[in-house]
Design a protein around this ligand. Structure first.
Ligand code: ZN
Length: 133
């Protein structure tokens, strides 16, 4: 891993440890790097009323936006288990709001990087802010 990816991985791993996932038992951590170079992390936050929960990527994006930033330059999603976890469809769209199509999205497990994608690969023919007048 590059030092930049390692920093995102470490932030996602630390956030994963704080995940609130008592129902799925599937803790996830995510981290985004903003255009300023800062890293924002988040975890999934489940709720007894299941639809009220949200994903780790949403938490990380909310932290970035709350800090006044609007552009994502890289994403790490970190989940455990033998099958590689990628961003869900809803999170791909959430990332799309703040990222160019060539932004890398790195799917990681606890052992490290599993596979890297671009946003374009994960969300082809997407709808974005430029579609609106
Ligand atoms: Zn999601």
């Amino acid at each position: 891993m590059t030092p930049e990816l390692q920093e995102l991985f470490d932030a996602a791993l630390a956030a994963q440890a704080n995940a609130h996932a008592p129902y799925s038992h599937y803790p996830v951590g995510a981290a985004v790097r903003s255009s300023s170079g800062k890293v924002y992390a988040g975890c999934n936050v489940e709720n007894a009323a299941y639809p009220q929960g949200w994903c780790a990527e949403a938490s990380a994006i909310a932290a970035m936006v709350s800090a006044g930033e609007r552009r994502i330059t890289a994403v790490v999603t970190l989940s455990s288990g033998p099958i590689m976890g990628t961003c869900c469809g809803g999170c791909r769209q959430k990332i799309r709001e703040f990222a160019d199509l060539d932004v890398p999205i790195h799917s990681c497990g606890p052992e490290g990087l599993r596979r890297s994608f671009t946003l374009q690969e994960l969300l082809p023919f997407s709808f974005g802010p430029e579609n609106l007048p």
